[in-house]
Design a protein around this ligand. Structure first.
Ligand code: 13P
Ligand code: SF4
Length: 344
């Protein structure tokens, strides 16, 4: 992976490597303590490292803030840092850039995409939207900046149902791109919506058949699930919520055992904050580890170190997209504060 050992000489070379690999493929100096060095460079450059719960444990441990998509976007909006390093996936780093157009936003590996975001290409979404000229667009944050720019409001898994419920009753709604979250939001809010046909490659693979077998083995365990899971899983869940909501539920619930139907990266914080709880990762349909997000797992400490040292790869967006995409994200943050989902 890090096959180039000579230090890059100039920006042009770094840019060429980023274009070719999606990250800076330079071997960090042999024997350095990556944790200490990342800390040092962060301080030196006034940089902040934001990480999602699906990151590897060591990345979560070195991050300045770990959270779900909503908390991460609020943190990105409020930071005083000059550089934001986003250990998550591309749409998250883009959101940080949209909220901070004058700051440098770095992503350790540009290849860290998202199957949901990829399922909704802007050109196809524009055609879809054109079929419903009177409709307002509610987009999940797991979309590209270009789709956000075509949206009226952005939501995340932690605020989608409450926001949709609070939208003017006479608004007709399109929801994109996750049809599972969309169906869950319709059920919770009682609002009809036209759904885009997308799913998350990770959450769609959990199988209730396998979970049922686990429940027989652990009859006292509660099933907790992310709303991107299939309806067959959600129907049987004892609790449904965003990654942060699942974490808080495990910490606060008097129950001792949980089957967790989301990406297993979250188990790290659950174990840290609730060491006395017994956690079982929900199995996928097949005998594979496809319940881990391959995009999230592209980030490594080495790539984070390189991103800080070489200030690349950088997330860039044109001014018009930033302008158009910022409004629906800010609307989401405002509504989340007004609804008490986010602190002021
Ligand atoms: P959360 O906002 O719940 O952290 O979810 C992000 C995500 O990508 C889930 O797959
Ligand atoms: Fe996207 Fe699914 Fe990975 Fe979340 S888990 S980032 S929705 S592919």
């Amino acid at each position: 992976m890090f096959h180039i050992s000579t230090a890059p000489l100039n920006r042009e070379q770094i840019q060429k490597w980023v274009e070719e690999y999606g990250y800076v493929p330079v071997e960090p100096p042999l024997g350095i303590d990556l944790f200490a060095e990342i800390e040092r460079v962060k301080k030196e450059k006034n940089a902040i490292l934001l990480a999602h719960y699906y990151q590897d444990a060591d990345i979560q441990d070195i991050a300045d803030f770990v959270g779900d998509s909503l908390e991460l976007s609020q943190k990105a909006a409020q930071t005083q840092a000059d550089i934001i390093v986003f250990a998550g996936v591309h749409f998250m780093a883009e959101t940080a850039k949209i909220l901070n157009p004058t700051k440098k936003v770095l992503i350790p590996d540009l290849n860290a995409g998202c199957s949901l975001s990829d399922s909704c290409p802007p050109e196809r979404f524009a055609q879809f939207k054109a079929q419903y000229p009177e409709y307002k667009v509610v987009s999940y944050i797991n979309t590209s900046a270009a789709v956000k720019a075509m949206s009226d409001i952005i939501v995340t898994s932690s605020n989608a149902a409450a926001i949709v419920q609070a939208l003017p009753a006479d608004w007709k709604l399109i929801f994109a791109p996750d049809k599972n979250l969309g169906a869950y939001v319709m059920h919770k809010s009682g609002r009809e919506m036209v759904l885009w046909d997308g799913v998350c490659m990770v959450h769609t693979i959990f199988s209730y058949q396998k979970i049922r077998q686990l429940r027989e083995k652990y009859p006292d365990a509660l099933l907790i699930a992310h709303p991107e899971c299939e309806p067959s899983v959600l129907e049987h869940a004892d609790f449904i919520g965003s990654t942060s909501a699942l974490l808080n539920y495990v910490v606060q619930s008097p129950a001792k055992q949980f089957i967790v139907a989301t990406e297993p990266g979250i188990l790290h914080q659950m174990r840290k904050r609730a060491p006395d709880k017994d956690l079982v990762a929900a199995p996928s349909e097949y005998s594979c580890s496809c319940n881990t997000c391959p995009h999230m797992k592209l980030n490594t400490l080495e790539k984070i170190y390189n991103a800080l040292i070489y200030e690349a790869p950088e997330v860039t967006l044109d001014e018009q997209t930033i302008e158009l995409a910022r409004r629906p994200i800010e609307r989401m943050l405002e509504m989340s504060r007004a609804l008490g989902i986010l602190k002021k």
